[in-house]
Design a protein around this ligand. Sequence first.
Ligand code: ADP
Ligand code: MG
Length: 655
Amino acid sequence: MTEPLLVLNGVTRRYRSGDKEIEVLRGIDLTIAAGEFVAIMGASGSGKSTLMNVLGCLDRPSAGQYRVGGIDVRRLEPDALAQLRRERFGFIFQRYHLMPHLTAADNVQVPSVYAGTPRATRVPRAQALLAKLGLAERAGHRPNQLSGGQQQRVSIARALMNDADVILADEPTGALDSRSGGEVMRILCELHAAGRTVVIVTHDEHVAAHARRIVEMRDGAIVADRRSDGAAVAERRDDAPVSARAAGPAGRLRPMTSRLAQAFATACAALLAHRLRTMLTMLGIVIGIMAVVSIVAVGEGAKRYMLDEIGAMGTNTIDIYPGRDWGDSDASQIKTLVPADAEALGNEPYVDSVTPRVYRTATVRHGNVDVQATVSGVGEHLFRVRGLALAEGIAFDSEAVRRNAQVAVIDANARRKLFGARGQAIGKTILVGNVPCVVIGVAAEKSGMWGGGMNELTVWVPYTTAGARIVGARRLDGIIVRIKAGQPSEAAERGIVDLLTRRHGRKDFFTYNMDTVVKTVRATGRTLTLLLSLIAVVSLVVGGIGVMNIMLVSVTERTREIGIRMAVGARRSDVMLQFLVEAVLVCLMGGAIGIALSFGASVVFSAFVSQWSMIFSIGSLVSAVAGSTAIGVGFGFIPARNAARLDPVEALARD
Ligand code: ADP
Ligand code: MG
């Protein structure tokens, strides 16, 4: 004969309370065969519930042996115990232990969800079970919309969901009126008649009378074990379908994706059940992500703007000045920088174009209008070197430069001052210093910070004209070289320095490379963005800590829910996954809202700042999403682990 279904040998359960140990179960020997109907009776505190918890693998003996279908439970891992609870046991509790935020049908399905039963199977099965228990119309109700008797019937349906061998009912009628209690007992009798093993704890003699065997406990020990119908028990023992059930769908290994999907659904339900809290939890992440994304976008926009501005000036230009450096007092004495230098530079292979430059501030007059302007004597290539376009007229050519032509190109500011908004400028003669020059062109206005300056007026004349008649010197104030596109600017700068040093016999000049400026701007922009991002990241971390805080409270508050889930067979990893997914979902939603708000901010931003706009890069958006997921996992881990490590019995006992 095979071994009976449940066998306890000298089972002892001790609790430590303070520094004392109390023995709640003292050497229990009990054998329950498949198909039996056992009632456990005894005074309050005699250890009945503790025994039931051991029987149902919610708790493990401190000493002694407990075998379920021949398997020694003391050696099993928590997940193996969860599997036993899921597949072989159905619990019915005095206080029902339904999850308040789930409907009756969803509550009934919980055990099969953890068993991996597909939705298509479990939904009709739950409905059928509820219908059989007279609750067909109540499937969509939540527990607080049901009477005590109805809730207990829902919990019976849940116990039957995975087709358990053994129904364990701890005072199932204790909280019910006598009519509902009678109904529950009738159902339990039917289950027994259908071949299930039923163990029930009760104070009530009438209830106990339904059982075929009554076990009486006192102070943690069994004091009596009476059988009212020995023959019937013996008969059932043989045809008990013990192992036939174990091979149900519940035993299958579930793929991770389905467990994730299940954790996702569970997490969604929990988050929806506490909408306000969910939103407040999210707030920190929303603000953090919005700050990070916005700051990066503003930084990117500002950098792009500056670079565009510099680009408009011609980034690949190198300026050459006499002297050792800016502000060199001897610079005016140095007369070695001459137009021939510019010519020589123009023949270098890396040079695109070059222009000599002399300049003075001088009075420029047209009719009775006098203005102070920068008079710049330049070569015909200036406009190419500087990337200047003409709005009207033409620029002077090499011929004009050669014969000291008295022609001028003026900028838009000078045009406005001298000729008014509408006046004709081209062809008019202006007095530059004392030299009359004909205006032949007007430069197009350049936008932005270095486009020419708001108040500066510039008049360009051939440097020959300027040198001879305005400045009165043959030496140059500078040379501007434009490097060919694609030429490395450092190498070009070295080439220029070499050439001029050779020509002058010593290095009595210095160079100013726009490319270096660009690099500095880039680096400064990067540093600034990094710094601001760091501050934003701190706010994100604060948000993450907020999530962790709320999750920890949530785990404490939902201890009973966790206990219920574990009692019906959730693995530790299921519980862990549920809370982790919750944390990640909160953070992801927060991240999405943060990004959306950041886009909104950019619309507002562009309404106030017209020069540049926030630039969102895919990279920053992707890292925002990845960052919020990481925060969810990082800060959700400890709460989730706390939840997974809960002891099911203790969790259930808590309110
Ligand atoms: P019953 O269900 O028969 O009323 P229990 O099995 O619930 O009795 O409890 C038996 C005894 O064990 C009680 O005296 C109770 O105080 C004690 N007990 C139960 N659980 C714990 C625990 N987690 N820690 C300490 N003592 C406990
Ligand atoms: Mg009890």
